[in-house]
Design a protein around this ligand. Structure first.
Ligand SMILES: *[C@@H]1O[C@H](CO)[C@@H](O)[C@H](O)[C@H]1NC(C)=O
Ligand SMILES: *[C@@H]1O[C@H](CO)[C@@H](O)[C@H](O)[C@H]1NC(C)=O
Ligand SMILES: *[C@@H]1O[C@H](CO)[C@@H](O)[C@H](O)[C@H]1NC(C)=O
Ligand SMILES: *[C@@H]1O[C@H](CO)[C@@H](O)[C@H](O)[C@H]1NC(C)=O
Length: 380
């Protein structure tokens, strides 16, 4: 018998055990081998599919560029040829069915039309208790059960843009109410350190802090100058696979102007993402000062982690005007080795670079002020 011969060779001692026990030992041994194989299959499945808490699994996209081989160092001239939006039908997120479901269950009429208002009333001063009256208007508890398990953090990076912020909130709050989203908080992350502005750092320290005090299941990073213009553009992670959602692909700069479709590599503006995914990316880079680069750096982070973004069919925005910003002349140099730095520059070293100095609770927002704590950072 083959087994007999096998045993004689590999474990001769088994043959010295009486026949009754010999059978039992082989039986137990087989069970161990069986369990071992099952365990290994399990492990290898979990290495390919990242499992997130609401059991939507995220399969790595094979369509993206092969990581490291092409990306590092990135050829700047070819940066905009890279595809950060998922290919094929996955590139767009069509939530028509979800909107239909919400409309039926929660009795709302989200028909895509939305009139934005660019002239907030005078008493709409965000850092004043006068806005209490708007809480009654826009935050009456009237939640839709579809959103019951979701906690949303809207994170806005900020400095010196009072008018933009005022206009955004004056439209965003009624917008969220219209969508019956109530389980949210808006966080303004303000840079107190003078000198060059650093959006990536603000988002990182904001996220880091908010994860401790609020524990959102869905995070929306929001530029202060973009106002949503389509009420079907749901500010929610529902029905989102673990691909982040680039919300602001169509932007217009004049209220009656036409929409510009933003270049395909851009993930900046308004980005909806699950916290797990943001952590996996190690957040934004902390090294981009002044205007430009940090969003493209984020795009590269997506590519190197094989994550592609989707864009909703309803992502239409109005961009408010503001003074021009100082460009970051250093950005191409930084983008060159962006993915090499990814795992050491971001969320995991933000606590050495920035510190929350104060937190104020206002009726409509939580206002967080931030300072840099590293010595070279205020150089502009
Ligand atoms: C979205 O899906 C619905 C049906 O589920 C379809 O009728 C509609 O045309 C789709 N919209 C776009 C922009 O693809
Ligand atoms: C969309 O819904 C709003 C609010 O219910 C309504 O005032 C508006 O007339 C609707 N628009 C269309 C095109 O149905
Ligand atoms: C929310 O979570 C509870 C408990 O897991 C579940 O029973 C319920 O169906 C969830 N609600 C929605 C709308 O998904
Ligand atoms: C935009 O167009 C609408 C109608 O076409 C008009 O009522 C409105 O005044 C215009 N707004 C501006 C700011 O021009």
């Amino acid at each position: 018998m083959t087994i007999q011969r096998y045993l004689t060779y590999y474990c001769p001692r088994i043959l010295t055990i009486s026949k009754k026990y010999r059978f039992l030992s082989i039986f137990i041994l087989s069970i161990f081998i069986f369990l071992f194989i099952i365990y290994n299959i399990h492990i290898s499945i979990h290495q390919n599919t990242q499992q997130f808490d609401d059991s939507i699994s995220y399969k790595k996209s094979l369509n993206l560029l092969h990581k490291q081989k092409v990306l590092v160092p990135v050829s700047i001239n070819r940066l905009y040829d890279y595809q950060v939006v998922c290919t094929g039908n996955n590139g767009i997120l069509n939530r028509t069915n979800l909107i239909h479901q919400i409309s039926t269950i929660c009795k709302i009429n989200l028909n895509g039309s939305l009139k934005i208002n660019l002239n907030p009333t005078n008493d709409f001063q965000i850092r004043s208790s006068l806005t209490l009256k708007y809480v009654k208007l826009w935050k009456t508890f009237n939640t839709c059960s579809i959103f019951e398990n979701e906690t949303i953090a809207i994170i806005i990076s900020y400095r010196d843009r009072e008018k933009n912020l005022q206009t955004l909130l004056y439209n965003l709050l009624p917008f969220l109410q219209r969508q019956k989203i109530f389980n949210y908080k808006i966080f303004i992350i303000e840079q107190q350190t003078s000198g060059a502005f650093n959006k990536g750092r603000l988002y990182n320290i904001g996220f880091y802090h908010i994860m401790k005090i609020y524990k959102p299941t869905c995070v929306i990073f929001h530029d202060v100058d973009l106002i949503p213009e389509n009420d079907q553009n749901l500010y929610s992670c529902l029905k989102l696979t673990n691909h982040p959602l680039h919300m602001s692909a169509n932007v217009r700069f004049k209220i009656n102007g036409s929409y510009t479709t933003i270049y395909s590599f851009l993930v900046g503006g308004v980005l909806t993402i699950r916290p797990e995914t943001f952590i996996l990316l190690n957040g934004y880079s902390n090294r981009y000062f002044n205007w430009g680069g940090e969003d493209d750096d984020m795009g590269l982070r997506f590519l190197s982690k094989d994550i592609c973004v989707q864009r909703p069919t309803t992502g239409y925005y109005y961009a408010g005007s503001h003074s021009t910003q100082i460009r970051n002349e250093n950005r191409f140099k930084l983008l060159f080795d962006a993915t090499l730095r990814q795992d050491i520059d971001g969320l995991n070293n933000i606590d050495q670079l920035a510190r929350v100095t104060n937190t104020y609770e206002y009726p409509l927002v939580t206002w967080i002020t931030v300072k840099w704590i590293d010595k070279y950072s205020s150089i502009s």
